[in-house]
Design a binder for this molecule. Structure first.
Ligand code: ADP
Ligand code: ZN
Length: 724
């Protein structure tokens, strides 16, 4: 009797046992199809002793139905799945699922059928067909994806295939990617770059887990350093994973990579087409020596792919908060990257100009090896940073740019240099109200104001995506044309620049305007060719870009991020401003940074202006130590939500009522979460502050495991939360 235990892709059920038919060979890691009730489910064969036991007798076991044609997941990856589930208090199934990256991508053969439009017209036009023809110009994807894209049913598209309006295209998902060449266009490294690269290379040759913190100021050439390590991996047929915080940055990175290695890497993120996804997945599971993927550049989800021969992980801009996933399995990709390297016994490089306090602490305690690049490459100087006290030199009424900043921008324009204005707020204005009755436009699904977007003439919720055209009259008092914008967003700042510098060519850079790789590439080209004088942008402009003629950075409102009770507000403000400041003076001309603030004395702002990073980190370290906050203590959150407000509150109270009484674990709440209503769900939250030594996950698991909740209630655990 051959009995196996599976981790199945159903978070509500634990592991299940099955019988292996005599004709089938499986081993731990095999990906199989199993019956579940009347349906089929995908599962991964696991070592039974590592999972809770099941009680079904041998005679009652149902047989496995089949095996997917992919290599078994390696033990290193299975250990990572277990660690992630354990550490983040998530179901094993939910983590395993991320590995198969929506399992559908795996079933079936390596060839898939996509469809595209031909020149033929349908014999009879219907509104649905017209909609499809409009939407699908230039598109090629699977039937299901096209239907979603066009907003029509698959049936409509089938009809068009029948008439030859859409034609099938066979896509081979096993065609290899172009090869990267280690020495294609290698630059001469500076001495300090060479020394840094050598340490990575030595660690790779030696083998074994080796975590590094590559701490180098903006423009110091960190990328070139880890490219050198990538070259070593290419030479020895090992794979490299480079994690980037933002898809918008990928385009510039890909071009740079291609210049250096002669071909683009494999890209992985959540908006790949299913054929691209399958092709990437299969290439990643194949060793480079057999034509598999060499270098993968991806968003955080790329961490959970089944690399056949991983040799190095790089987390670029490792301090970025977008590495933290806040839904589903709430993990921090930076930390999981280090664990993956540990299981794979390979080096991992966290690169940043403004490392997280946690990372610096790890370096201080000797767990990470810290490598410094103290100066900019090629003798470029770090920019001068000064503050503009908005209380002393306020902008004119209804404006947001203070006279000293405008004067500097004018000077740049006259000299033919570029300026960049940073404000981390999308849209035109963060709040819209009725001038007559003061009614504030609010999202129906979230506790958030609707943000006016003038470019798309919409009021939008930045949390759930709800959108509505601005109403002609106030819904409360009926006054017509009554809407007033309160406060600035980047669209409004761009308008102001056009008013005060009418000759300037302005580029607006936000996720609304740079919403595709093509648009991102277009912007980079315009800016590089100096066809842009002033760039106005959100956090999208703070990193990655390298424009040598950019000599002035203006921070429109440095106080914005310091508002609210966010634990990491100071650190985040410091990082954002230091990063955006790093865009100035990267070429031969020196850069200048002007920070508009009402609190120039605040320790973050003062440290930035003094160019004294250590002063900031020292002050922040003390504050965290005092508060028992990370890295000295632990935070965790339990988030309870339901569409029914009372149900959510009752469940949160039940959790609060059974809180454990432990000396090293303090529980705060429950209280309404900061986003008390999000996507139509009411949210309550409990915060846990524990000593570093406390087994906080075990405490939470036992605590929640003893409770039962109504069906409509979701209880999520957030270990090391970022925003609360
Ligand atoms: P960082 O990632 O630390 O911000 P980059 O790697 O982007 O720095 O380097 C900053 C600039 O200096 C880039 O334009 C890069 O091409 C250039 N650069 C860095 N190192 C070298 C080198 N060894 N040879 C030539 N150019 C270099
Ligand atoms: Zn909303």
């Amino acid at each position: 009797m051959n009995r196996v235990r599976l981790v199945i892709f159903n978070a509500a059920l634990g592991p299940l046992d099955y019988r292996v038919p005599e004709t089938m060979q499986v081993e731990p890691g095999s990906v199989v199809v199993a019956p579940l009730g009347p349906r089929q489910i995908i599962g991964i064969v696991w070592e039974p002793e590592r999972l809770p036991a099941t009680e079904v007798p041998d005679s009652k076991l149902r047989p496995l139905l089949g095996k997917l044609p992919v290599p078994p997941l390696k033990a290193e990856l299975r250990r990572l799945i277990e660690w992630t589930a354990d550490y983040y208090c998530a179901p094993l199934a939910s983590v395993a699922r991320m590995v198969l990256a929506s399992g559908g991508a795996l079933k079936g053969p390596a060839t898939m059928t996509e469809y595209r439009l031909t020149d033929k017209q349908p014999d009879r036009m219907t509104p649905q067909r017209e909609k499809a023809l409009d939407a699908l110009q230039g598109e090629q994807a699977t039937m299901r994806e096209l239907a979603e894209l066009a907003g029509v049913s698959v049936g409509v598209l089938r009809g068009l295939v029948g008439q030859g309006v859409l034609e099938p295209v066979e896509v081979d998902c096993d065609r290899p990617y172009p090869r990267a060449h280690p020495a294609h266009d290698a630059p001469d490294l500076s001495d300090s770059q060479h020394e840094a690269a050598q340490r990575f290379i030595t660690a790779m040759r030696k083998g074994g887990f080796a975590p590094f913190l590559l701490d180098g100021v903006t423009g110091s050439g960190k990328t070139e350093v880890y490219f050198e390590a990538i070259a070593e991996a290419l030479t020895s047929d090992r794979q490299v994973l480079v994690l980037l915080p933002e898809i918008a940055l990928t385009e510039a990175f890909l071009r740079r990579f291609e210049n250096r290695f002669g071909s683009a890497p494999v890209v992985w993120h959540s908006s790949l087409k299913s054929t691209e996804r399958r092709r990437a997945w299969r290439a990643i599971a194949t060793p480079p020596a057999q034509g598999g993927a060499q270098v993968v550049v991806g968003a955080r989800s790329a961490l959970f792919l089944p690399y056949a021969a991983l040799g190095l992980i790089v987390v670029d801009e490792a301090h970025e908060i977008s590495f933290k996933q806040d839904e589903g399995v709430r993990y921090n990709a930076r930390d999981v990257a280090v664990m993956r390297a540990r299981f794979e016994k390979i080096p991992v490089v966290l690169a940043s100009a403004t490392p997280a306090l946690e990372s610096l602490q790890m370096a201080e305690s000797g767990i990470y090896e810290k490598i410094d690049l103290a100066s900019r490459f090629g003798g470029a100087q770090l920019p001068e940073i000064a503050t503009i006290d908005l209380r002393e030199t306020p902008p004119e009424r209804g404006r947001w740019l203070a006279p000293p900043l405008v004067a500097e921008m004018t000077a740049r324009l006259e000299r033919g240099e570029q300026s960049l204005l940073f404000l981390n707020r999308r849209g035109y204005a963060p709040l819209t109200l009725c001038r007559h009755c003061g009614y504030r436009f609010q999202c129906p699904n979230c506790s958030a104001w609707l943000v006016e977007h003038r470019l798309s003439s919409r009021l939008a919720c930045h949390h759930c995506g709800y959108e509505t055209p601005p109403p002609p009259a106030c819904p409360e008092c009926g006054t017509e044309d009554c809407l007033v914008a309160c406060g600035p967003g980047v669209e409004r700042i761009a308008d102001e620049v056009r008013e005060v510098l009418p000759q300037a060519r302005v580029a607006l850079v936000t996720s609304d305007t740079l919403n595709s790789p093509e648009k991102a590439a277009e912007f980079v080209q315009l800016a590089e060719e100096r066809l842009v004088d002033v760039i106005v942008g959100t956090q999208l402009v703070t990193k990655g870009f390298h424009f040598p003629e950019l000599t002035l950075v203006g921070v429109v409102d440095a106080d914005l991020g310091l508002e609210g009770g966010d634990l990491r507000a100071a650190e985040r403000t410091y990082q954002q401003i230091a990063q955006v400041a790093g865009r100035a003076g990267r070429g031969s001309k020196p850069g200048e940074v002007l920070i508009q603030t009402r609190h120039p004395e605040a320790s973050v702002i003062a440290a930035l202006a003094a160019g004294d990073r250590d002063a900031f980190y020292t002050a922040e370290t003390e504050a965290r130590r005092h508060a028992g906050a990370p890295p000295f203590g632990r935070w965790a959150a339990i988030i309870v939500s339901s569409e029914d407000e009372a149900e959510a509150r009752d469940a949160a109270r039940a959790i609060g009522g059974s809180r454990p009484e432990l000396p090293d674990v303090a529980v705060l709440g429950p209280a309404p979460a900061p986003m008390a209503l999000l996507r139509g769900r009411y949210r309550y939250r409990l915060l846990i502050n524990a000593r570093r030594s406390a087994q906080v996950q075990t405490v939470i698991r036992e605590w929640l495991g003893a409770l039962d909740f109504p069906r409509g209630v979701r209880v999520g655990v957030d270990i090391d939360p970022y925003s609360f």
